[in-house]
Write a protein that binds this ligand. Sequence first.
Ligand code: HEM
Length: 322
Amino acid sequence: MHRLTLRIATKTLFGEDINTVDSTAGEVLQEILKCQKSSSIQLFPFDIPGLVFHRYLNLLAQYETKIKKIIADKRAKGINDNDVLSMLIQARDEESGHPLSEEELIAHTGVIFLAGHETTANALTWTIFLLSQHPQITGDLVNELDSVLHGEAPTLEQLHQLPLLERVIKESMRILTSVPWNGRVTSETTELGGYEIPKGTEVVVSIYHTHHMSEIYQDPEAFKPERWETINPSIYEYNPFSAGPRLCLGATFAMMEIKIVLAMLLQHFRWEYVPGQTIDRVGVISIKPKYGLSMMVRSQDREFSNGVGNVEGNIRETVKLP
Ligand code: HEM
């Protein structure tokens, strides 16, 4: 899934296929995310060889070098209007007319590279996993896809004719939200839930907990796409892409991408869970399966009950599984 979403991201965001963009930037990024999970980074933030923090700084420097190369290659090959990196390079401040500084350009490109594939890969992985454990829903979904798409890729118009696909994705991103939290700093002293929060306080908002509140979602640990037929939570009650002015820049892009990928993968293949794995959630920015998630890829023979059950790990605290 990482490789797939990385390929989609490099093509659409940077206008290059993964083979031409330095794909090792993705690997360095994975190492950075691994380091972020280590508490040693907070406890011993010293640039001393042997410490995780030292390795973390080195990886960040490597990442920056790779992002600089992506930008340099784009400039050398020529800017066009078809990708996000070209737009960033050409962007001008409305008032001053200045372009982004080199530092800003590197930072934005680095964030978009991360945000543009890691989250979507995890959302796809979790959705395919949840479907593998819910054969009835998967059967209904494959029926819907077949009846509208007949084995083909969806057109833009057809994407709106797949209500169950939309519900499955929404429910998957509710129960196993890719990004579990976001942070804000109060710009003025305020009150929240009876607590006074002074100006300048860092507040962590848990998307994960909001999505598991039984006041909003009955039986919150159950994977029930059909609940979306009758509920319509506000953006502050359901916010896998966050809310407000800093809402995810790629929300619409990601939803479309996930729909197209699932439509293609499910029409042609059956994804069978390989029993005996431990599925633990892990992640600081984006939640993923700690040890990966192995699936057997079969041609679509509609034997949806194969591979159901025998799931171990802390994933069972988050979602009810057979
Ligand atoms: C399932 C996929 C995705 C999920 C769950 C997701 C979720 C989020 C969340 C929760 C935030 C934090 C917003 C905040 O601080 O309030 C965010 C920010 C962001 N996302 Fe996504 N995202 C996804 C895919 C994408 C994609 C595909 C792109 C790029 C095309 C993208 C680009 C960004 C950017 C640039 C930001 C920073 C926005 C800002 O600070 O103004 N995301 N995303």
